[in-house]
Design a protein around this ligand. Structure first.
Ligand code: UDP
Length: 238
């Protein structure tokens, strides 16, 4: 297998249970855990950055008069809630999981992120979930994903999208005839003004030569298939 260490970006929205409007879909968490177990068995180390959009999004709160700083800290706390919920779900499936936070929280809630510690956890085949985003407002968890991938030297980010199987020339939810790219360079994405991640995270990934694999997280066994290259996806590279 070509990957040694990967970073998986899970958006908050992809974790939500749409039917019952619950913040977390526990069945899905179980399914993810089972897949991660398989990926670990392949000898691949897994780090996860989790979003918070199922609970809160800073930019929408700002529109309702909450200051951006405060709204973003609430968003970061939302990612902590998701991380802890994932940890419990994964542990139930027998995985060893560390939740490391960019924010200094009480030790009873979560450990603080220290790079050396994260690297050690990963080498022991423990799953590391990074929460709290970058720890600063005005960023997103996509940027946290590129930042952490750079810090832990994962040269690939698996970007799990909600019912979209990659990068398209147009929005496939609007134009059903939109064309998916199998592979595209960072330069082409910029030239064509395609949306993959927000611009801060995108340029950081490009500068650090990190490959992106964009795939549909909602498909059966999507993570295993994405790691094996056996699912529809788009590879973004330099
Ligand atoms: N956030 C932040 N700094 C970060 C990461 C996240 O302020 O480094 C806040 C921001 O308000 C964001 C919210 O946390 O809207 C949830 O994160 P995000 O929108 O990236 O979650 P996702 O879309 O992946 O669910």
């Amino acid at each position: 297998m070509e990957y040694k260490r990967i970073l998986l970006k899970l958006s908050g929205e992809s974790l939500a249970n749409k039917e019952s409007s619950l913040a977390i879909d526990y069945k899905l968490v179980k399914k993810i855990a089972k897949q991660l177990k398989e990926v670990i068995k392949m000898g691949i180390e897994i780090a996860i950055v989790v979003g918070g959009g199922n609970f809160w999004r800073g930019t929408s709160a700002e529109k309702n008069g909450i200051s951006r700083n405060r709204a973003d800290y609430i968003g970061m706390l939302a990612t902590v809630m998701n991380g802890l919920a994932l940890q419990s779900g994964f542990e139930q499936e027998g995985l060893t999981v560390r939740v490391l936070s960019s924010m200094n929280l009480d030790k009873r809630v979560s450990e603080y992120y220290i790079n050396e510690k994260a690297q050690r956890n990963l080498s022991k085949k423990e799953i590391v979930i990074f929460v709290g985003g970058t720890g600063r407002p005005f960023f997103t968890t996509d940027t946290a994903a590129t930042l952490f991938a750079s810090e832990i030297k994962a040269n690939v980010i698996f970007v799990g999208k909600n019912n979209v199987s990659g990068v398209y020339d147009e929005d496939p939810k609007i134009n059903p005839n939109a064309k998916r790219y199998d592979e595209i360079t960072y330069e082409e994405v910029l030239k064509k003004n395609l949306k993959v991640m927000d611009s801060t995270s995108f340029s950081m990934a490009r500068d650090n030569n990190i490959e992106l694999i964009v795939f549909n997280i909602n498909e059966e066994n999507s993570i295993i298939r994405a790691v094996k290259g056996e699912i529809e996806h788009t590879k973004v590279r330099n």
